[in-house]
Ligand binder design. Structure first.
Ligand code: TYM
Length: 378
């Protein structure tokens, strides 16, 4: 698929995504340096997360609305996960961004487990499998370490009686042709799929403040609909920041997919599996021979190994810059970068797996007994 020929919906990504074109297609706004500077000045740490610094979070809707009044604690965060299977490292990114916002601005965070969504969209997923997966996904999200008194985890199915009245209000304002145009529904789509978007929108109204959504750009169709309807129902238009999608191991096209296991690193992968996958599958854009590599250097622009370091696994801007120089000059070889990346991922995931076990007792707090959770069930 060529660059002109890509497709992004909440359920499907095909081809090499042209992120700038997507901004036009979806009608969002690019995040520019000025906006980043404003945000940075309002943070406690006076430092932006690398996702912002390196342009991985690259587009937004109305972010300036929040930044301008941020001292007044004028927003809350809402994001979510659809439990289609085990989580890969890309899925964790919006939750890491949520944690960054909570650390910097002390805001409440709401996390939806869209168990209803995945059940109606995944043909082969049984109800029992979905329930099991949802439990495990919550544990993975708990490993991020969000504040248990300022964070509410809910499963749509469990919390539906609270969501349903507002879902009904939104559903009444979204007609068949809009749903078809925005989500690509067709004659094969089932009834559950048609109603689900109304449910995903509801948490944007949980507080009478601005709702900020950190999520992949693929989720934007939901926010477009929310913004069309919210004010008519007396709610605020949602604010969003969009991250790009972590590419699959095989090349910078598309996104990592749980259903194509070898394209992804899963959160429960061990060091051996990680090393094997990186060595076997990671596309590095190096020259065909060692001699040529030394002479001509590599190409970081097409290299997945470099891209993953840039997005997730190299904190230090200086080290990243040096690696780029060393690659381009032929000083380092692809094998060395792959080894470095494997070690970085292994270390990060080992820590994640330990946190997942350590934080498992917190699930009850996130879901029911934490201060925010209690308030939400009242
Ligand atoms: P889901 O489970 O498909 O994805 C969860 C979140 O991860 C993002 N994402 C990625 N980010 C970076 N790189 C990737 N390769 C990658 N793949 C997925 C997604 O954009 C998403 O933010 N419908 C939602 C669940 C949901 C939700 C929400 C998401 C319910 N309420 C509110 C965001 C905000 C879903 O199925 O996400």
């Amino acid at each position: 698929m060529s660059e002109e020929n890509f497709k992004v919906t909440p359920w499907e990504i095909e081809g090499k995504v042209d992120y700038q074109k997507l901004i036009k297609q979806f009608g969002t706004t690019a995040i520019d340096k000025q906006l980043l500077e404003k945000l940075k000045n309002k943070t406690k740490s006076k430092k932006l997360s690398a996702f912002f610094r390196r342009g991985f979070i690259y587009s937004h809707r109305d972010l300036e609305k929040i930044i301008d009044n941020i001292d007044k604690n004028n927003f809350f965060i809402y994001t979510g996960r659809g439990p289609s299977g085990k989580m890969h490292i890309g899925h964790l990114i919006p939750f890491m961004i949520s944690k960054w916002f909570q650390d910097e601005f002390d805001c409440n965070v709401y996390i939806a487990m869209a168990d209803d969504e995945k059940f109606v969209f995944k043909d082969k997923l049984t109800f029992e499998e979905m329930e099991k997966t949802a439990k495990d996904n919550f544990l993975d999200i708990s490993a991020i370490g969000l504040n248990p008194d300022k964070t509410f985890f809910f499963s749509d199915i469990e919390y539906i009686s609270k969501l349903y009245p507002v879902a009904l209000k939104f559903s009444k304002k979204i007609n068949f042709s809009t749903a078809k145009a925005v989500f690509g529904f067709n004659n094969e789509s089932n009834l559950g799929q048609f109603f689900y978007p109304a449910v995903q929108i509801v948490p944007t109204t949980f507080e009478n403040k601005n709702c900020l959504i950190p999520a992949g750009i693929d989720q934007d169709p939901y926010w477009r609909i929310q913004r069309d309807v919210a004010e008519k129902l007396g709610y605020k238009k949602v604010v969003a920041v969009h991250n790009k999608l972590l590419p699959p191991l095989q090349g910078l096209e598309g996104k990592m997919s749980s259903s194509v296991g070898d394209t992804a690193i899963f959160l429960d992968d061990d060091s051996k599996t990680i090393e094997k996958k990186i060595n076997k599958y990671a596309f590095s854009g190096g020259q065909p021979t060692l001699e040529e590599q030394r002479k001509k250097g590599g190409n970081t622009e097409i290299c997945v190994v470099y891209s993953w370091l840039e997005i997730l696994f190299e904190d230090s801007d200086e080290k990243l810059e040096q690696r780029k120089k060393d690659c381009k000059s032929g000083k380092i070889l692809c094998g060395e970068c792959k080894k470095y990346l494997s070690e970085k991922i292994s270390k990060t995931l080992k820590q994640h797996q330990e946190n997942k076990i350590k934080n498992s007792p917190l699930i009850e707090k996130y879901k029911h007994s934490g201060i925010l959770a209690q308030k939400m069930w009242k």
